[in-house]
Ligand binder design. Structure first.
Ligand SMILES: Cc1cc2nc3c(=O)[nH]c(=O)nc-3n(C[C@H](O)[C@H](O)[C@H](O)COP(=O)(O)O)c2cc1C
Length: 207
């Protein structure tokens, strides 16, 4: 027995809750921007993923018009910092709806460091940052999909594994679940992809 929902028969709040409780876990983009007066802004966005591998384009969604979106529309730049377990309370506090121009960096005492290719700064103690130039904003329903081309990636030496790649355990990312729930990494499973040749030979190699 399943509980069925037909979107036009429920409220938008119920729909939002349904989607955000189902589409989990979501990574968190901590989006840093600046306004025309050079004031910084920092806000978490969990509607976040990779949009294109080549060229490297990432996307996040602003549900409605917010300072982050307005700043990006003004100057076309943003930096996405990655949230780790130890940023839990700080990230949550940075979602407080401060008035435009009141910087979360200042309010929360978050140390900033300059980005290399864009004006919005990085969060100094975030292990990884993607510096982005706006590709385009796509209006989707009540939301705005922000696509940004990655022009610089800065990843701390400390979170690289032996293969010189960012390591999941070392990154220790936070994820957003439904409601007020958040998550951390659980078990990490590892498995090889099965080639068509292996599959056709009936010998899937899964070690
Ligand atoms: C973990 C987390 C994830 C969030 N994800 C989003 C999101 O994907 N899109 C969005 O519009 N707001 C999201 N929010 C709410 C915004 O962060 C919040 O509205 C914030 O005040 C916007 O800041 P701004 O006006 O400075 O841009 C999220 C909040 C939290 C705590």
């Amino acid at each position: 027995m399943r509980r069925e929902t037909t979107p036009d028969q429920v409220s938008s709040t119920d729909l939002y809750r349904l989607l955000t409780n189902l589409v989990i876990p979501r990574p968190i983009a901590w989006v840093s921007t600046i306004n025309d007066q050079g004031q910084t802004n920092l806000a978490p966005h969990s509607f976040f993923t990779v949009a294109s591998a080549n060229p490297p384009i990432v996307q996040f969604t602003s549900v409605g018009r917010k300072d982050t979106l307005r700043n990006i529309e003004q100057n076309g730049q943003f930096t996405i910092c990655f949230a780790t377990r130890h940023h839990f309370e700080t990230i949550n506090a940075s979602a407080t709806e401060f008035e435009a121009g009141r910087s979360e960096f200042t309010e929360l005492g978050i140390a900033a460091e300059p980005s290399m290719r864009v004006a919005p700064p990085r969060v100094a103690d975030s292990p990884a940052a993607l510096e982005c130039e706006l590709e385009r904003v796509v209006e989707v329903g009540d939301s705005f999909l922000v696509l940004g081309r990655v022009v610089q990636a800065a990843v701390s030496e400390n979170v690289h594994n032996d293969q010189q790649r960012p390591d999941a355990q070392l990154l220790n990312p936070l994820a957003r679940l439904g409601g007020s729930q958040w998550g951390t990494l659980g078990d990490i499973l590892s498995i090889r992809r099965i080639s068509l040749e292996q599959w056709n030979a009936g010998l899937p190699d899964t070690d």
